[in-house]
Design a protein around this ligand. Structure first.
Ligand SMILES: Nc1ncnc2c1ncn2[C@@H]1O[C@H](COP(=O)(O)OP(=O)(O)O)[C@@H](O)[C@H]1O
Ligand SMILES: [Mg+2]
Length: 274
């Protein structure tokens, strides 16, 4: 479980001034849950993910990652491994000279033996079906492929949750589709928990819960269906339904049972047309 209690975070500015980026953040996220973290630019999504991962230490409150304290030096690496972050910009996610080295990078830092590293890397290459690009150099890859390689590096850590900081927002449609299907596979086949920060509602339509942030506060935490019914709330925070979601909304309001988890499946269209 990921538990945050009364978390506050301020970015230090000049001498006595600071910018408060998170205020009174309290929630529990259970193992395997799928969370969409929504909010306009500057609402605190990235700051919150960085607090969960232990990169930013809150000025107040507690963070508990599967029983570990990410701000206790004895526990922080173990905690970080459980909730690694995929960043927005593919250029910031890759470090090593080859794809395989990149996937292995985090493991090497943890002092795992070479044979075990090789085994884990091969397993992930197979799982994410990236054998074709596994001997390339990262700079030869497309943006979408870079995100897949970075994702593989996170998986090598055998995490509990993936923290996704708008990783699809700089990709073209092909790259986005690749990333989305890889993430789908992980959540469906492996039951991996996901906290996905985004402004693209369709990206997280299958989530169990959405958390809406504004100015560093949680405005609402509820099922996607609640937000779609009450879309005025989203609009107030500059989030808009796509035409497809507007149709879904009409149908839900008219009493039709729609399972939003099937939004990206072919049968969704059949259901809408029936
Ligand atoms: N490095 C930083 N230094 C100072 N202020 C920052 C920094 N990063 C973010 N902020 C401020 O913190 C608030 C939350 O930002 P952020 O977490 O990046 O939001 P989001 O990811 O939702 O766009 C904003 O007011 C932003 O200007
Ligand atoms: Mg951000």
């Amino acid at each position: 479980m990921i538990i945050l209690s009364e978390v506050e975070y301020s970015y230090p500015q000049d001498k006595n001034v600071s910018v408060k980026a998170l205020t009174e953040i309290t929630f529990k996220i259970k193992k395997g849950q799928q969370i969409g973290l929504l909010g306009p630019n500057g609402s605190g999504k990235s700051t919150l993910l960085n607090v969960i991962n232990g990169i930013l230490k809150p000025s107040k409150g507690q963070v508990n990652i599967f029983g570990l304290d990410p701000f206790n030096p004895m526990q922080k690496w173990e905690a970080k491994k459980k909730v690694p972050i995929l960043f927005q910009n593919p250029e910031n996610n890759l470090i090593a000279a080859t794809v395989k080295d990149d996937i292995a990078f985090g493991l090497e830092n943890m002092g795992i033996n070479t044979q075990e590293i090789r085994k884990r890397v091969e397993k992930i290459i197979h799982e994410l079906d990236i054998k074709k690009i596994s001997n390339r150099e990262p700079h030869q890859l497309s943006a979408g492929q870079k995100q897949l390689v970075a994702l593989s590096g996170l998986l090598a850590l055998e995490p509990e949750f993936l923290l996704l900081d708008e990783p699809g927002s700089l990709l073209d449609f092909k790259g986005w589709t690749m990333l989305k299907s890889a993430i789908d596979k992980l959540r469906i086949d492996k039951g991996l928990g996901i906290i996905w920060a985004t402004n693209n509602l369709e990206e997280v339509i299958e989530a169990d819960l959405w958390i809406l942030l504004s100015k560093g506060r949680i405005i609402k935490k509820d099922k996607p269906e609640y937000f779609i019914r009450n879309f005025e709330l989203l609009e107030e925070y500059n989030l808009y339904l796509t035409p497809d979601l507007k149709i879904a909304r009409e149908m839900i309001i008219n009493g039709k049972k729609l399972d939003l988890k099937k939004y990206w499946q072919d049968e969704w269209v059949d259901k809408l047309c029936s």
